[in-house]
Ligand binder design. Sequence first.
Ligand SMILES: [Fe+2]
Ligand SMILES: [Fe+2]
Length: 166
Amino acid sequence: MFYRLKQFYWGVICSFKSIDYEFLKMYLNEEELNLFSKLKTNEMHHCIRVAKSALKFAEDIECNDMSKNYFIKACLLHDIGKIGINISTVDKSLLVIVDKISRGKIKKYNNIKKIDVYYNHPKIGYNILKPYGYSDEFLYLILNHHNHDIKDNKNLNILIRCDSIN
Ligand SMILES: [Fe+2]
Ligand SMILES: [Fe+2]
């Protein structure tokens, strides 16, 4: 609940804060920056916060399949499935509440674009990034970043953790 309130606060405040492009440029190439800048301002801030939190877990990042920088890139792009849709901070809070009350039953109203993106943006993001030739492990992180049942992927667990506190 505390994090939800914090998320709401950030959502409102962040519309006025400038984007940390210096940080972005360390991890994203021009094409990725282009894609990233299609996100709503507060989504961009969220993704940057997630990536910066993930850096604090740097020692735990499994580097066998992917380098640290590549993992941070995945953290920055994890919500890329939200591009082109405007889910406001108020919409998001409402969706979280209705989701809790209905125990996820609103999922089936996926003909409503905002509901569809809210639930399916990991899959949408996966489909957006797939043609660019990222590794399977990278795409796996994007696709599963809301799947809290997967416990055996260290990098995914870091991403999920950092996502939920930011
Ligand atoms: Fe997400
Ligand atoms: Fe996220």
